[in-house]
Design a protein. Structure first.
Lengths: 920, 377
């Protein structure tokens, strides 16, 4: 290596002689060589072509050449001779041939080199190419054969220079997220959500490695003197017959400080068999350990004993309140747009706040900045199309995706009573990315999802999510970068009934949230990194307005007063990595919540149940007036100790607060659930969690195993009183109960991320127990004893496997088992109002039968020819292959004059599906 | 009135492939024998209070009435009136003569020495029923009730009803087969015309709290699928209306959600139910029931088949001629499941055979009817 470098320097010197000569490569050679040594061979050639061969004799040592050529170009002859060696050759203008081992000598400056405006800087420095900090426009690197010099020689820092930049896909210009950038095990980093990396590098010459999934394994030669910038374009891995699988995250699970983080890219989501063949990221999420689905027909999920509303669902930093379509059958995220999904269930970073259980961070792709491309798909339920391309090449790009349904045919299969039913949904995504220069990027994201359904043309339900976000990412210098985010999130639902003129009404609910935040990352050096920032959001909530539908309607308009609140957060995190083994992340988030006027607030006698009888006074507050405040620091701590590169232990402790509550006495997220802000009567929910995890990678990191345990406490969780009426209730505090909870569990994961056979097996044991011990409450649920929450499912086993038969055909199998969810069973029967009825008592004391399901799907790709205009693929499969009738619920109703028990299964048979996709 | 029954939609999807199976989970119920009290203190007119006991889920035993209890109605005005046991768990009085807007409560002393007391309830005036109507579409007939209170005072309503309808046999039977002998029927034995009865078995409540005026429009009572024998001849429904207060309405609503609409995705979870009756001697003992006091408004309507165009009621009957021979008679009437209704006679009066058909075609009692004419018919 050293030798090659000195040779390189010599060549540069030689380059200064600007002699002109004919191109040596064109000279014709004839001759027959039988087992001659290379040195000898070159000497013979030199006589024919009057050219000079430059080489290191030691490198050519034992190599012999056997060749017969007749009037062939010199270039071809040399190429043939070196065919089976690792030797490289190149010609220059002076009939010199450079023979080198491994690295090819570049005899020409890059095209356009001398037209660059920064020429002066470059020439001043003793290097071929400079990527110092003062170069505003970092150039993109694609060639592996150059040596890249970083910074200036004279101010080399002792403790290493910082190398920063973006890693992008050379073909599409898309940033590559979670790409490993490293020199060796000690100098290792990953790119962030914008493809940005920052790596401490000791001064000197190194090979910089870039490993990204699906991209070509890239290795660059860098000579680092001081801090510098290097943007790198990486080529896509074109699948060849002999494939090399690049595994960029081989040790990521062991090395990451955070625990309880699940990451999925869209490719693995699409591979999994899905209901009706619609790739559904929320359903895939629920196959991971510690995450449970609310029910089969629902995309709501519970994380480590949290209720469905304790998950913060972010789509490009916008909060999505109802992430589902079609009564909850499908998630409202277009798989063609989504790039990656990250779920934090253990240590939630301090930059997130406002929910107790988890953060689901979904990011969409950036548009292709080089070419217009797109894809379209047809399935049983939706048609989808997405288009992306440059607006200004390499600077501005867009991505647009839309889905719509034609699910009405499903309803057409129903019995006559439903013949007038309709259902439809759409979602639309638009993303625009603009690069001002290498330090300033702007991202715009818009999201709209809309659902409408009606049954028997009587009552129409609809709900809509609308989100706009603008992000500006700025690199101040190589150590400090920041993201400025502002946006508006909106969710609303409406119910319209117009069949009976007298009662015709429309009911509206909406919640709007204006948010802004600033996140900074300060990268001091390999040991210390600081994250800090502030955020604030203004909530405006209309808890319900009930109005006559037409003039003839006798309905009295009833509007529950709008609620306003301001939630702000300030956070600081210190990530400390003293050495390879230990890494500690300490974070504090201070959250401040203000409940704002205009509002009339009820005050009750202290220590008494919230009932009309105990009402002391109702105070009116004017607009913008602070009614009451809640504030507290939240702790986010996690640490990792790696005993060996493939084994580590992690521990974490964090506390959370939640000021926005969903009130629901149903199990699933229903379109008519209402949200409520904390006020003087409804305290914020609080939770803390302690967790410990063991991570071990086996078989040279091809198999990942982990065991995580956690214990969690929840305070002020809102449960409802028996028979509570939540809609249009002006005094909702009278209907809810403060409940405390505890959750604990063990999560075991065995994962094989790559290879012909890949997938995971997870097992979770978890409990979530609630206790109503509020002294302000009249009647305690289950006498104040702990009782399991509706979604308490202790045992859960999931297998997800994918077997790639060849490059065009793969088979996926998904299998899941879980304990049945708790249910309140009757304890007796009685007669009342002409019928036998059932008597219920202890809440959730029994369970419905266990759940078991297996799905199968086959993915068939068209051919993989690179230059083909379109690529297509098919997905064929069966959901619930065994046709098992998994009970969704068990219930008892009075029919005629008898009580009958029923078991309801939502998918009572095997459901086949087929899906067609085309990419252009 | 507003039912946020999103679940219906889920049912939609469910029907596709879902299924509902009867299911008897292995439950060992612990609690039984709670007192169940049902009834309305009728301001003017007869009052019936029914007292029963709850029983275990797995018990095959039928309903047990509470016997020999001492039941009385007490007013805040220090009146007390006793009800007497008239049946298995039924306690009645021909008239309480309560004063409107006064408060009353029910006291029960059971034979096992326990005492139960209801909260005081206001004796309310129930407005008259405005009308009972019906809508017919190709699926069937929906009967509904309209009511209103010009004073805007009632707001919460409960209804119950009795249905009575006439049915006719396909063949008028002039003969009967009894003890191996075919003989002519007397007029008293006629089984051509019968009446059937049904009482409502689900809770029917309604409220106008969200409307400007106290109007209930088309509150559904009962839906009958096309082809049912209810409208094969003539049908009558008697609807009784009761004014409720808010708490009573909430009690019935909870009982309804608990026992009539559960199990689908967005349905609420079942919960405990508490009424307004408490055990005085053991305050932890649950008691089921809610006592209200009001006048009762009644209304009856009749619907004849000719009012319902295209009512699809059909009986499929065929006639078999059975030779008048003891062997044939025994073969067909004793063992063959047929009943005679007419005779095939030679002009000289000799019966050569009996026309016969299946019992439901001949005898309306076999279709669950009674030949006793209702007093109002």
């Amino acid at each position: 290596m050293k030798k090659a470098f000195s040779l390189f320097i010599v060549i540069i010197v030689l380059l200064n002689n600007n002699l002109l000569a004919q191109d040596a490569g064109g000279i014709k050679i004839s001759g027959s060589f039988e087992k001659v040594s290379l040195v000898n061979f070159f000497q013979q050639l030199a006589t024919q072509c009057s050219c000079i061969f430059l080489y290191d004799e030691k490198q050519l040592d034992s190599i012999t050449v056997s060749l017969v050529v007749q009037n062939e170009a010199l270039q071809d002859v040399v190429e043939k001779a070196l065919k089976n060696t690792d030797l490289q050759f190149s010609f220059d203008h002076q009939n010199r041939v450079f023979i080198t081992k491994g690295i090819k000598v570049i005899t020409k400056l890059p095209d356009g080199f001398f037209t660059t405006q920064n020429r002066k800087d470059v020439v001043e420095m003793d290097s071929l190419v400079d990527y110092g900090l003062d170069v505003k426009k970092a150039r993109s690197i694609t060639s592996e054969n150059k040596l890249y010099e970083i910074g200036t020689k004279n101010n080399t820092p002792k403790d290493g220079a910082i190398l920063t930049g973006y890693i992008r896909n050379a073909k599409t210009g898309e940033p590559l997220v979670n790409t490993s950038v490293f020199i060796d095990n000690n100098h290792y980093t990953l790119t962030d959500a914008y493809g940005y990396y920052s790596l401490t590098v000791p001064p000197g010459q190194h090979s910089l490695n870039i490993l990204a999934l699906g991209m070509k394994d890239t290795r660059l030669q860098v000579a680092v003197y001081s801090d510098g910038k290097l943007d790198i374009d990486v080529l896509e891995q074109v699948t060849t017959l002999k494939e090399v699988i690049v595994s960029s995250r081989k040790t990521i699970n062991v090395n990451r400080v955070q625990m309880g983080v699940e990451k999925l890219n869209i490719e693995s989501i699409k591979r999994m068999p899905s209901l009706f063949g619609e790739a559904d990221l929320l359903r895939v999420i629920t196959s991971l350990p510690g995450i449970k689905t609310v029910g089969e027909a629902s995309t709501g999920f519970n994380v480590r004993g949290g209720s469905a509303d304790q998950n913060l669902i972010l789509f490009n930093d916008a909060t999505i309140f109802n992430p589902s379509h079609f009564f909850g059958m499908f998630s409202a995220f277009n798989p063609e747009i989504v790039k990656e999904v990250e779920l934090y269930k253990g240590s939630i970073p301090a930059r997130f706040g406002g929910r107790l259980a988890s953060v689901l961070d979904i990011s969409s792709r950036d548009g292709n900045s080089k070419n217009f491309t797109g894809s379209a798909g047809i399935g049983f339920i939706t048609t989808r199309i997405n288009v992306e391309g440059p607006i200004a090449k390499d600077r501005t790009s867009f991505i647009f995706g839309g889905r719509t349904t034609y699910a009405n045919w499903l309803l057409g299969l129903l019995p006559n009573e439903y013949k007038n039913s309709r259902a439809s949904f759409q979602d639309v995504n638009l993303g625009i990315t603009h690069r001002f220069d290498s330090t300033n990027n702007i991202y715009f994201s818009g999201y709209l999802s809309n659902d409408r359904f009606a049954l028997n043309s009587d009552t129409t339900y609809g709900y809509t999510n609308r989100n706009l976000t603008l992000k500006w990412k700025k690199r101040f210098n190589s150590r400090l970068s920041g993201v400025f985010i502002a946006g508006v999130d909106e969710y609303q639902y409406r119910v319209i009934s117009d069949s009976n003129v007298v009662n015709a009404f429309k009911l509206n609910f909406d919640i709007r949230q204006l948010h802004s935040k600033v996140d900074f990352v300060y990268y001091k050096n390999q040991q210390h990194t600081f994250d800090f920032g502030v955020s604030t959001q203004l909530y405006k909530l209309n808890p319900g307005s009930f109005k006559p539908f037409s003039n003839e309607s006798l309905v009295i308009p009833d509007v529950v007063d709008a609620e306003q609140a301001l939630e702000s957060g300030l956070y600081f995190t210190h990530r400390y990595t003293p050495n390879n083994q230990l890494s500690i992340s300490t974070g504090v988030r201070y959250s401040l919540y203000n409940y704002l006027g205009k509002q009339d607030v009820n005050y009750y006698a202290p220590g008494m149940p919230h009932t009309e009888a105990n009402l002391v006074e109702t105070k009116s507050f004017t607009k913008g007036k602070f009614i009451n405040n809640y504030k507290a620091p939240e702790v986010r701590f996690s640490a990792r100790y790696a005993f060996t590169p493939s084994f580590s232990i992690k521990a974490g402790y964090n506390t959370q607060r939640q000021y926005l509550h969903m009130l629901s006495n149903t199990t699933a997220i229903a379109p008519t659930d209402i949200w409520k802000l904390s006020d003087p009567n409804i305290k914020p929910q609080m939770g803390d969690q302690i967790s410990l995890g063991f991570y071990k990678n086996l078989k040279s990191n091809t198999i990942e195993t982990s065991v995580e345990v956690y214990y969690k406490r929840i305070n002020n969780y809102l449960d409802y009183k028996p028979g509570a009426s939540l809609i249009l209730n002006h005094d909702i505090e009278r209907e809810v109960i403060n409940t405390d909870g505890k959750a604990y569990g063990v999560e075991v994961l065995l994962k094989k991320p790559g290879g012909k056979l890949n997938g995971w097996i997870s097992y979770t044991y978890s409990r979530i127990l609630l206790q109503s011990n509020d002294p302000d409450l009249g009647v305690l649920v289950n006498n104040g004893d702990f009782y399991p929450a509706n979604y308490d499912k202790p045992h859960d086993v999931t297998f997800t496997g994918n077997f790639r038969v060849n490059h065009r055909f793969s088979v996926s199998l998904n299998s899941t088992y879980s304990t049945g969810r708790p249910i309140t069973y009757p304890i007796g029967r009685y007669y009342y109002a002409g019928a036998e009825r059932v008597l219920y008592s202890d809440r959730n004391a029994n369970r419905i039968p266990d759940y078991y399901r297996t799905d199968l799907s086959m993915n068939i790709d068209g051919n993989h020819k690179v230059n083909q205009k379109t690529h297509n693929s098919w997905t064929i499969g069966v959901y619930n292959m065994l046709g098992r009738r998994n009970p969704y619920s068990v219930y008892f109703i009075s029919e005629g004059s008898r009580v009958k028990g029923y078991k309801l299964s939502i998918f009572g048979s095997a459901i086949p599906f087929i899906n067609f996709n085309i990419r252009f | 009135m507003i039912r946020f029954n999103v679940l219906l939609c889920c049912i939609v999807v469910m029907v596709l492939s879902s299924c509902r199976e009867e299911f008897d989970p292995p439950i060992k119920s612990s609690a039984d024998n709670f007192l169940v009290v049902e009834g309305v203190l009728n301001v003017a007119g007869p009052t019936t209070i029914r007292i029963t006991r709850s029983f275990r889920l797995e018990d095959s035993a039928r309903l047990r009435g509470e016997r020999n209890a001492k039941v009385s109605v007490e007013g805040k005005d220090n009146t007390a009136q006793l009800l007497s046991m008239t049946g298995d768990g039924y306690y009645t009085t021909p008239g309480l003569n309560l004063v409107l807007n006064n408060e009353y409560r029910l006291r029960i002393q059971t034979s096992n020495g326990k005492e139960y007391l209801s909260d005081y309830v206001v004796a309310r005036q129930t407005p008259p029923i405005d009308s009972i109507g019906w809508d017919k579409n190709e699926d069937g007939v929906q009967i509904y009730v309209n009511t209103s209170d010009p004073a805007n005072n009632t707001r919460y309503y409960k209804w119950d009803f009795d249905e009575t309808w006439e049915i006719n046999s396909y063949y008028q039977s002039l003969y009967k087969y009894q003890n191996g002998v075919v003989s002519p029927r007397t007029a008293a034995e006629d089984v051509y015309i019968c009446w059937k009865n049904a009482v409502n078995t689900s809770i029917k409540i309604g409220t106008s709290t969200r409307l400007q005026s106290d109007v209930i429009s088309k509150a559904p009572l009962v839906f009958t699928l096309n082809g049912n024998d209810k409208f094969s001849v003539r049908y009558s429904i008697m609807v009784r209306q009761y004014a409720l207060d808010k708490k009573a309405y909430e009690f019935y609503e909870l009982m309804k959600t608990n026992t009539e609409s559960l199990g689908t995705i967005f349905d609420p979870q079942p919960t405990e139910i508490t009424g307004n009756i408490h055990c005085v001697t053991d305050i932890t003992e649950p008691v089921i029931g809610y006592i209200t006091a009001s006048t009762i408004s009644e209304k009856r309507i009749f619907i004849t088949r000719s009012q319902l165009q295209g009512w699809d009621f059909n009986q499929y009957c065929e006639s078999v001629l059975v030779a008048n021979h003891p062997d044939s008679i025994e073969l067909y009437f004793a063992n063959g499941g047929l009943e005679p209704y007419g005779s095939d006679e030679l002009p000289i009066g000799i019966i050569t055979g009996y026309f016969s058909s299946f019992p439901p075609c001949v005898d309306c009692v076999k279709r669950g009817g009674t030949t006793v004419r209702p007093p109002f018919w």
